[in-house]
Design a binder for this molecule. Structure first.
Ligand code: NAP
Ligand code: MG
Length: 401
């Protein structure tokens, strides 16, 4: 059979550890035999980020802006331990943080639902999509470890020199302070992305912050959402039969636990980071969560929601067998290929993506899965496969289809 042809390259961002191993297996077994892959390759593995002083991350984000669609492998965000492990020149920033800041996007995460993996929350019947604001707040913070007694102030100096000054705290002893920011422009993009995604997928939109405590910062998010909703989306939402509502983050958490699912939950950057891990774990496995960064200019970056699965990688390095779930990384590829197909009008690419996703789900529902799923499935007589055999099993299902 002739391979599917592409017209525009996909930006391919390779990554680290176990997911880098899976990346190659997925390409070799599930992509390259069927598609004449056009990709612009960027190696975001930590060693090469260090070698290029992280320039490769910036270049990959620029390429994503140029071509419109990227697929990204999980990458290490360096900490103190990684400094020694990889002999780093600097503790490089999180590549995801850098890319998100450059694309000013919103991250949408949704669980992949399969029969036999029931959510821990028994009333969740439909997926809950998390929309995470991907710019600013604590991810762009400035911190000071206060050495001892003294006065901490928040100062804004306007271009004309006028100052706004607020006391943070009169320290009598050592402590800590942190400065964070966001911009009205980025919050507005976040709001537009959420309203559009809700209309696209015909789902209600929930948004929550802590505006009762954070009376200016969080309140600003609430106000911008409401203004944009009233001015541009209220009628469309009504016509689509969907709802937008704002509530406090603690109320939202309580309601989410009692809901049936089938809605989008918009969260500020940090809330989205934490809540998406909770929602994905409760739906079954972190390895069954898709993630896409959508920028206001219509640029898409697809990835798995989980990390580089370090523990499995160390086993792999010792020559031991691993059973690492590749589904979220496969869905990152299918998401990107489908979007490329839609943008370039290549229906074969869209069909390929749909079929590969179905084959992945069918393989699991047929009882063949990795250990993480075998531990939680309600299916009987399952076969636990290693990382490579699971990908081969998906290929066999795909070929049979
Ligand atoms: P992780 O890689 O997501 O793994 C945490 C644990 O979750 C694993 O040890 C494993 O549990 C389970 N798990 C996650 N993905 C799995 C999969 N595909 N199949 C089977 N089990 C899976 O998180 P981490 O260990 O906290 O972080 C490792 C590295 O990833 C860090 O350097 C971090 O900076 C990076 N990270 C990157 C991204 C990203 O690029 N988007 C996101 C998060 C973290 P068991 O060990 O119990 O089997
Ligand atoms: Mg997280």
């Amino acid at each position: 059979m002739a391979k599917i042809q592409m017209t525009t390259p996909l930006v391919e961002m390779d990554g680290d550890e176990m997911t880098r191993i899976l990346w190659k297996m997925i390409k070799d077994e599930l992509i390259l035999p069927y598609i004449d892959l056009k990709s612009e390759y960027y190696d975001l593995g930590l060693a090469y980020r260090n070698e290029t002083n992280d320039q490769v991350t910036v270049d990959s984000a620029e390429a994503t802006k140029k071509y419109g669609v990227a697929v990204k492998c999980a990458t290490i965000t360096p900490n103190a331990a990684r400094m020694t492990e990889y002999d780093l020149k600097e503790m490089w920033k999180s590549p995801n943080g850098t890319i998100r800041a450059m694309l000013d996007g919103t991250v949408f995460r949704a669980p992949i639902i399969v029969k036999g993996i029931e959510p821990c929350v028994k009333n969740w019947e439909k997926p809950i999509t998390l929309a995470r604001h991907a710019y600013g707040d604590v991810y762009k913070n400035t911190e000071i470890k206060v050495p001892g007694a003294g006065k901490a102030e928040l100062v804004f100096t306007a271009e004309d020199g006028t100052e706004i000054r607020e006391l943070i705290h009169n320290f009598t002893d050592s402590g800590i302070i942190q400065g964070i920011h966001n911009t009205d422009k980025s919050i507005a993009s976040f709001a537009h992305a959420c309203f559009k995604y809700a209309l696209d997928t015909k789902q209600d939109l929930w948004f929550a912050t802590k505006d009762t405590i954070s009376k200016k910062y969080d309140h600003n998010f609430k106000d911008i959402f409401q203004e944009i909703y009233d001015a541009e989306y209220a009628e469309q939402f009504q016509a689509a039969g969907i709802e937008y509502f704002y509530t406090l983050i603690d109320d939202a958490v309580a309601r989410v636990m009692k809901a049936k699912g089938g809605f989008i939950w918009a969260c500020k950057n940090y809330d989205g980071d934490v809540m998406s891990d909770m929602v994905s774990s409760a739906f079954g496995s972190l390895a069954m969560m898709t993630s896409v960064l959508v920028s206001p200019s219509g640029v898409y970056e697809y990835e798995a929601a989980h990390g580089t699965v370090q523990r499995h990688y160390y086993k792999h390095l010792k020559g031991e067998e691993t059973s690492t779930n590749s589904v979220a990384t496969i869905f990152a590829w299918t998401g990107a290929l489908r979007k490329r197909g839609e943008l370039d009008g290549i229906s074969e690419l869209v069909e390929f993506a749909d079929k590969l996703e179905k084959a992945s789900i069918k393989t699991i529902e047929g009882g063949k899965m990795t250990k993480d799923l075998a531990l939680i499935t309600s299916l009987k007589d399952v076969t636990v496969l290693n990382s490579e055999d699971f990908i081969k099993a998906i290929r066999a299902t795909f070929d049979a289809m």
